[in-house]
Design a protein around this ligand. Sequence first.
Ligand SMILES: [Fe+2]
Length: 190
Amino acid sequence: MSAPVRAPRPAAVRPAARPGVVRPLRSTAPTPYGLDDLRDLTRQIAAEVRAGEHEVVIDPARRWYRLLRSDGLLDVWLISWATEQVAELHDHAGSLGAMTVVSGALAERRWTGSGGLRTRTLRAERGAGFPLGHVHDVANPSVEPAVSVHAYSPPLSAMSYYDVEDLPASGGQRLRRMRTELVEAGQGVG
Ligand SMILES: [Fe+2]
């Protein structure tokens, strides 16, 4: 007599996201570094910048940046922000990231899904981590210039840029991806 045939278990199904809603992912990227490692690294290098170990240029005409470290697994960038300079709403594709503010203050607006964009002010010595799926913009709204250190692992390969669209029917908002750009080696990021 043959063994009874069991019905296959249904595969785990994730709840369907509402159309157009980008949910932040909480998985790890193909990198040996975690968010805490990247945050610690940017904190350490921010201290070096504060101690005068790295030249900083403030350019009112365009955002200034310099690649401080690049080892194939991660890139570390030093970025200065004159007043009103901004990195428009973007993601970091398949890279994890982190930043620490060296001096001044930066306003970050991050996409929270159903909560829309939420703003936080990052002052000197404050930092933030960017998990996969993190969509944000960063700006210096102050008169004083700001300086920050950013780390990405794996090094940034692409960034997508977004607009926020109102949904009149629901009163909510969603992200609309406007374009995706490859990040060339040495290209400034944010
Ligand atoms: Fe960014």
